[in-house]
Design a protein around this ligand. Structure first.
Ligand code: F6P
Length: 367
């Protein structure tokens, strides 16, 4: 680092996209420019770090992007330098390309890399930091499953989409006296289905952390019907499974950091309820609607706070740390701590207790 002062930063967005990425990029770049730093935008996440794809980000490039969904830099969940898919003849092999990532970082003359991403991005960041790269992480994911921060940006926008969808499903469900099943994202953590379901008044919330009992689900919709509530709303996370059942896998792709693509559990639940209760049931899969579009005001504010705090850390040379929200304060934690545990829903969480108190079933008698 010339003159021992941070002069040039790189920024990338890794993993699945979510609303607020551009707000963070803006939050990073504007104060960086004001402090005389140059900013390099690495394209398509870690993929660009390995292949050398990047663009200079000037002040004009980050104007007008606060409310814009997606990432102006692109993102990828297939660019893990330590799990790099390379084509050999007619076979794809997974190889380690982390040396290339280090070489590009040095060739670009970067003093620090701001890595905006979720769990996967933080794991990669820790390994690159162990190799000598200066990193500051910013926690992103609609899933909200990073233990070290009270909230990740993107989650609020995702649950806004879920609750709006549930509001719409309510009116058609009550009109046609149907059971409506909404599949939300959430592979191993059920925060989107839990918070979205609570906000949207779901009658049943099914999440990966609480395996459900089919009989309890059938009983809940039948009981509601018998009490004159001739419709039911179920909000289910894509990674939810029945006791003794398996998660429903849609496809596998070894190029991805996590090779499993989930999807289909709402269809299964719909079929089972129809067959076992006789009630007319329909399902909707929200999919990537939860990841696209403009961030909510909450996420715009959180993203701006996260981005600007990341630059403060970089200027103070507090590397190897991830920005975090604790209560109402923005602070930072060691990346190692941030990836130690995944934040999963516990039956003792206030949101679960509140849901139960207003009559929501989690598909089990034992919580
Ligand atoms: O990690 C965020 C997430 O939204 C998960 O909830 C979901 O399973 C996954 O991304 C979907 O990723 P992709 O768009 O690569 O299929």
């Amino acid at each position: 680092m010339k003159n021992n002062r941070v002069k040039r930063i790189g920024v990338l967005t890794g993993g699945g996209d979510c609303p607020g990425l551009n707000a963070v990029i803006r939050g990073v770049a504007k104060p960086a420019h004001d402090n005389g730093l140059s900013v390099l935008g690495i394209q398509d996440g870690f993929e660009g770090l390995v292949t050398g794809k990047a663009i200079e980000l000037y002040n004009k490039d980050v104007s007008g992007i606060l409310a814009q969904g997606g990432s102006i830099l692109g993102s990828s969940n297939k660019g893990d330098p330590f799990h790099w898919p390379e084509q050999f003849d007619d076979e794809i092999k997974i190889v380690d390309r982390s040396e290339r990532a280090m070489r590009n970082y040095e060739a670009w003359d970067l003093d620090v890399l701001i890595a905006i991403g979720g769990d996967g991005t933080m794991h990669i960041s820790q390994k690159l930091s162990d190799m000598g790269m200066n990193i500051v992480g910013v926690p992103k994911t609609i899933d909200n499953d990073l233990e070290a921060t009270d909230q990740t940006f993107g989650h609020d926008s995702a649950i806004f989409v879920v609750s709006e969808a549930l509001d719409r499903l309510h009116t058609t469900a009550s009109t046609h006296h149907r059971v409506m099943v909404l599949e939300a994202m959430g592979r191993y953590a059920g925060w989107i289905a839990l918070h979205g379901g609570l906000a949207g008044g779901a009658d049943i919330i099914l999440i990966p952390e609480i395996p459900f009992d089919w009989e309890v689900v059938y009983d809940k919709v039948i009981q509601r019907n018998m009490r004159g509530k001739r419709f039911s709303i179920i909000c289910i996370a894509e990674g939810a499974k029945a006791i003794d059942g398996n998660i429903v896998v849609k496809a596998k792709d070894i190029k991805r950091t996590d090779p499993i693509q989930l999807g289909g559990v709402a269809e299964l639940v719909t079929r089972m309820i129809t067959d076992n209760t006789g009630l007319e049931t329909r399902y909707t899969v929200l999919g990537h609607l939860q990841r696209g579009g403009s961030p909510t005001p909450y996420d715009r504010i959180l993203s701006t706070k996260f981005g600007t705090y990341a630059i403060e850390l970089a200027l103070k040379k507090k590397f190897d740390r991830m920005v975090a929200l604790k209560g109402n304060e923005i602070t930072s934690v060691k990346i190692k701590e941030a990836i130690a545990d995944q934040k999963l829903v516990k039956p003792t969480d206030q949101a679960v207790k509140a849901a139960v108190a207003v009559g929501v079933s989690f598909g089990t008698e034992k919580l």
